[in-house]
Design a protein around this ligand. Structure first.
Ligand SMILES: C[S@@+](CC[C@H](N)C(=O)[O-])C[C@H]1O[C@@H](n2cnc3c(N)ncnc32)[C@H](O)[C@@H]1O
Length: 481
């Protein structure tokens, strides 16, 4: 009862929803926080969550999904630079500058990519005409954003020239954003579910709101959408993730298409019509229903690849593995790696899973060299280890070797033809290479596998992926022939 009360409070205040997997993450976070606070009564903790804002924020910080990377969905950045900005600059009268907001900015990759794209296309002087801000509910993510330090995985879409133009190397193979970009971005803590109060957020020219709504149910989506509408200046633009845009078309803002890319426009003359959480409007337009869109988590059917061996040794390993996985989900990567260490030398059914998890964690930390070594070790002991090929493909992507990426993903498919993730990653790689035919071919395989429930589990228990299964289906349906 008390657990459901906490879940309800979190949902009501943040919009975060909890499927079976996220419920597990919530439980793990609650246990961890209660232990840190030396509390053993869930009722007392629930009371704290309701009445102590700091405690509530501490819990929420561990529940968000912050997956982001530089130059994600780059066509949105191109539209901003080549289409929206010239128009906005031409209409600018009071020399206030152009205000751009990254709503749900996570660790800062999106607002930095916006500043870098505009600086690259319009020259350094454009920066003085821009006011760029990033807001997020997760204070830990915002602190990381403010440091401007990133590992290689976050930089996987960046060319070497862009890397040296906007980043300086720091310790441990990481990079820091150059001050001219970093100091342009103002970060603040803001819950998008709360009605916007600060004046600066009520006059936005462009809002990027991408890969955030995929975690919300319909009523939260409509509420946030309504707030964003209020935050936009007349004439302003709202850019959402590819799979999200069409599920929000509620008649409030006009849907615009340029070169196959959809976004919203707030026409200069229209009085705002705000939909409330139930889809009722306070303005002059009825609020048509957005399609039902409550995504289940991305989970495939689990294959039965590891042989079940009974006995305490495996039970201990399984326990350690689950604990390490749980730490990974709480973003405690170093702690998770330490816990895995004793499992790696064992010869039981969990050892392969431990090495796969290790490689995934190292990849997430940007330690590509050791992650690659872990994958090679896996292939050395089992040449049919599909997850190792998936991870090697992702690592090749980080090193800007798309051909190598394709080779690795192809190998994973050769081993498991129904590995939907391998097909999806092939689709993304072909898309990045501009090979539309091959990309749409892979997209249609993903659609077939997911629609018919024929997919096999990809074998990566830890894989921070910000698309839900429903989003992937919608995205691939749009791209398949
Ligand atoms: C997957 S990240 C997307 C980052 C970036 N927009 C991108 O597309 O790469 C989603 C972010 O939304 C944030 N978020 C979720 N619910 C929120 C809310 N109610 N208010 C503000 N931010 C929220 C999360 O903390 C997370 O950092």
């Amino acid at each position: 009862m008390t657990f459901s009360s906490i879940k309800k409070v979190v949902y009501q205040r943040t919009g975060l929803t909890f499927d079976a997997y996220r419920t597990m993450v919530l439980k793990e976070n609650i246990t961890q926080h209660m232990a840190a606070l030396e509390m053993d009564d869930m009722k007392t903790y629930c009371h704290e969550i309701r009445h102590n804002k700091e405690r509530f924020n501490d819990l929420v910080d561990g529940l968000t999904i912050n997956e982001s990377y530089f130059f994600r969905e780059p066509y949105h950045l191109d539209i901003l630079s080549q289409w929206m900005l010239p128009e906005l600059l031409a209409g600018e009268t009071k020399q206030e500058g152009i205000s751009i907001l990254s709503a749900g900015c996570s660790t800062g990759e999106e607002p930095c990519s916006i500043a870098m794209t505009l600086e690259q296309a319009h020259g350094p002087s454009i920066l003085s005409s821009l006011n760029i801000s990033g807001v997020d509910i997760d204070r830990t993510a915002l602190s990381k954003a403010r440091t401007g330090i990133y590992g290689k995985w976050k930089l996987r879409q960046i060319s070497p020239a862009t890397l040296s133009r906007y980043f300086d190397p720091v310790h441990g193979g990481r990079y820091v954003v150059k001050p001219k970009i970093l100091k342009k971005i103002a970060y603040s803590h803001q819950n998008l579910l709360d009605a916007p109060q600060a004046k600066m957020f009520l006059s936005m020219d462009v809002i990027f709101y991408r890969n955030v709504s995929i975690y919300f149910d319909r009523s939260t989506r409509m509420k946030v959408f309504s707030h964003l509408d209020r935050m936009l200046k007349p004439g302003g633009y709202l850019v959402m993730g590819c799979a999200e845009t069409l599920s929000h078309d509620a008649g409030q803002l006009s849907l615009v298409e340029v070169d196959g890319c959809f976004f919203y426009h707030k026409t200069a003359t229209r009085a705002s019509a705000h939909c409330d959480a139930d889809g009722h409007t306070q303005g002059d337009h009825p609020c048509p229903k957005a399609p039902g869109f409550d995504p289940p988590p991305v989970t495939g059917k689990r294959g039965n690849r590891s042989t079940a061996i009974s006995g305490t040794r495996v039970e201990n390993s399984r326990h350690l593995y689950e604990k390490s996985l749980s730490l990974a989900r709480q973003k405690e990567f170093d702690h998770a790696l330490t816990l895995l260490e004793p499992m790696l030398k064992k010869k039981d059914a969990m050892v392969e899973k431990a090495w796969i998890l290790r490689a995934g964690l190292l990849l997430q930390k940007g330690d590509t060299e050791t992650a690659t070594q872990s994958c090679q070790h896996l292939i050395g002991t089992n040449q049919h280890c599909a997850p190792a090929y998936l991870l090697l493909g992702m690592l090749a992507g980080m090193e800007h070797h798309p051909r190598e990426c394709l080779k690795r993903f192809r190998k994973a498919i050769e081993i498991e033809p129904n590995n939907w993730l391998a097909h999806f990653l092939m689709f993304q790689t072909y898309q990045a290479l501009g090979n539309k035919d091959k990309a749409s071919g892979q997209a249609s395989v993903v659609v077939r596998l997911l629609e018919k429930g024929q997919e096999s589990h990809h074998g990566l228990d830890y894989f921070p992926f910000s698309f839900s299964r429903a989003d992937i289906l919608q995205l691939c349906r749009k791209q398949s022939p």
